[in-house]
Design a protein. Structure first.
Length: 589
């Protein structure tokens, strides 16, 4: 099973060229700081008249630094992510962390400065500035919501011992929480993993033990959540935002009309997902509504075993059927050692894709000989294909928001899934459809419950702190509104607010609805592809190359899509509706 090659762009972690590259980064950082000081790149009370050549120089500093640091971080992280005991890699990562802080400080200054520039006039004087016009105008809008440089610096420093500390508190408490199960103490992560166990009694017992354990930590975790949401509310007000949601929408380059259209279509589709949950309950003989602890229960034996070579050949075949360019790219990634698939001690769990240099990416996964791992491989290679299309952009024009980051990965996963379905037997179809619908239910139904919960917490936290019992009540209310009669009400999970670390961040509120956008946008694009394959591929590549240069609605319009209207989102959900129909058919056959 493959491990990725780590001999490019450096031979290894002790390669003198790596040390030289870090030294060169430091030199470039010093030069940038010097120029930013000289040209007063910071917030000003009035519009500044600045030569286009000076603005070009400041942008080029940021572009070069971003590119250098991206490659260095990705190279070192290859070692960190595959061997947590590699002390040399950990030390190198620590070295780079301080450089990332310096770059972040420069980025904050550039954003503040952009708000004082006449970007339209500068763009007319410089093709380089015109290329980065969207980035500068977006920075200018953000600058309108910056406090004074001194206040922003203070907020950043206080976060370390304020909201940031409460976030670390949540992480520490939950990672060290011990659960009494099967007559011994076990970590919470092991108990939650029991949700995937094949034995129903084990799943239920683990769920009961989990709920009991969360009760013991509910009060301190409620304190943490209150502190974080209170800090976000305070800073949002000081920065001139009406509510925390406005910050999230800006970060994701979305408007409220798009969010409302998507959530409205999702709400209308809840009965569809409840049909899936009820069909799964029938399969498991769990009654008319599915218990919470059976949400992730397996419903079919794995249909066949897939070696990695078989899986990679299958993915290349499906990508090639879509387009020779995508197929050749997937083969290149496999042949050139971009993929680390072998599970081993010290390697991080899960899967991810990261850009390394130019059009090269690196993919990590923990391969299992199952159809699920094929979908993961296709998904992560989709991210790599997105990076390929972004490679022609400047470093500052590659920054893709979370909403659009899943565009290619979901599309590519759907390609592989539909091909697998077409060749599967009845048991294989159940396995594939269940995996897909399980994920879609989380991304549409559960994500909506999280959005509703977080919205209400933010609103009520403006007036006072909320007790653990009140947080539980809000969580149950959100789950009832979304899952409805698809889940057995007596088994709902009141402590999901304690489980999900996404709630405990001052820098990224509403870490939920962007997942739904990514999935439904990717599936909606797949539906467009099916309507007219020959006209789709080149337009799609152009879209992928542009995700850092426009907002979501503008990019969607290039594909003839209006994401501010429900029609598009309903079309995406229709793809899931067909999966539900197929699932019911094989379950009830």
């Amino acid at each position: 099973m493959p491990q990725w090659r780590t001999n490019t762009p450096f031979a290894n972690l002790t390669d003198p060229a790596l040390s030289s590259a870090i030294t060169a980064l430091d030199t470039a950082l010093d030069a940038a700081v010097s120029d930013y000081d000289r040209y007063q790149v910071t917030k000003h009370d009035q519009q500044q008249t600045v030569p286009a050549a000076t603005v070009e120089q400041m942008l080029q500093h940021m572009a070069g630094l971003s590119d250098q640091l991206r490659t260095l971080h990705a190279y070192v992280y290859q070692f960190v992510s595959t061997n947590s005991r590699d002390d040399v890699a950990q030390a190198k990562q620590s070295e780079l962390r301080s450089r990332m802080v310096r770059l972040s400080q420069l980025s904050t200054r550039l954003t503040a400065w952009a708000g004082c520039l006449d970007v339209a006039t500068l763009a007319s004087q410089s093709s380089y500035i015109q290329t980065h016009r969207f980035m500068l105008e977006e920075a200018g809008r953000r600058a309108l919501h910056q406090m004074s440089p001194e206040a922003e610096a203070l907020a950043s420093e206080l976060n370390v011992s304020g909201g940031g500390a409460w976030s670390r508190f949540h992480s520490t408490v939950t990672s060290q929480l011990s659960v009494r199960y099967d007559e011994r103490d076990q970590p919470m992560s092991a108990i939650r993993a029991m949700a995937y166990d094949a034995d129903g009694e084990s799943r239920r017992a683990a769920y009961d033990a989990e709920i009991t354990a969360w009760k013991t930590q509910a009060t301190p975790l409620a304190m943490a959540l209150n502190a974080i949401k209170g800090e976000v509310n305070t800073l949002a007000k000081r920065r001139g935002y009406a509510q925390a949601l406005d910050i999230s929408l800006a970060d994701n380059r979305m408007d409220r009309a798009t969010l409302d259209a998507m959530l409205g279509a999702a709400h209308d589709a809840f009965p569809l997902f409840r049909r899936y949950l009820q069909a799964k309950a029938r399969r498991l003989q769990a009654g008319t509504a599915l218990p919470w602890y059976d949400l992730f229960a397996p419903v079919a034996a794995e249909s066949r075993s897939w070696s990695f070579s078989e899986a990679s050949a299958f993915v290349v075949e499906q990508f090639s059927a879509y387009s020779p360019r995508m197929g050749a790219f997937a083969q290149r990634a496999i042949s050139d050692g971009w993929i680390d698939a072998e599970p081993r001690h010290g390697k991080v769990d899960g899967a991810f894709c990261m850009g390394l240099q130019r059009d090269e990416s690196r993919v990590l996964m923990n391969y299992k000989p199952s159809i699920g791992s094929i979908m993961t491989l296709a998904h992560e290679l989709g991210h790599a294909y997105h990076n390929l299309n972004l490679a022609g952009q400047t470093p500052l024009n590659r920054d893709t928001p979370m909403t659009l980051a899943e565009t290619a990965s979901i599309f590519c996963e759907t390609l592989a899934q539909n091909a697998a379905l077409a060749h599967a037997d009845a048991n294989g179809k159940i396995e594939i459809l269940e995996s897909s619908l399980q994920r879609s239910t989380q991304v549409v139904v559960d994500i909506t419950s999280r959005y509703l919960f977080e919205s209400r917490v933010f609103e009520q936290r403006q007036h006072r702190e909320l007790s653990a019992d009140e947080l539980c009540a809000l969580m149950l209310q959100a789950q009832r509104e979304t899952y409805g009669d698809g889940l057995a009400e007596a088994t709902l999970h009141p402590y999901m607010w304690a489980v999900k670390g996404h709630y405990y961040s001052t820098g990224r509120s509403f870490y939920n609805y962007p997942y739904m956008f990514g999935q439904l946008f990717g599936q909606g694009l797949y539906a467009l592809y099916l309507d007219n394959p020959s006209a789709f591929t080149s337009r799609y590549d152009t879209l992928l190359s542009s995700t850092g240069t426009a907002d979501a609605a503008t990019l969607a319009r290039t594909m003839g899509i209006d994401i501010t209207q429900r029609t598009f989102w309903e079309g995406s959900l229709a793809v899931i509706a067909e999966e539900v129909r197929q699932f019911e058919a094989v379950i009830d056959a």
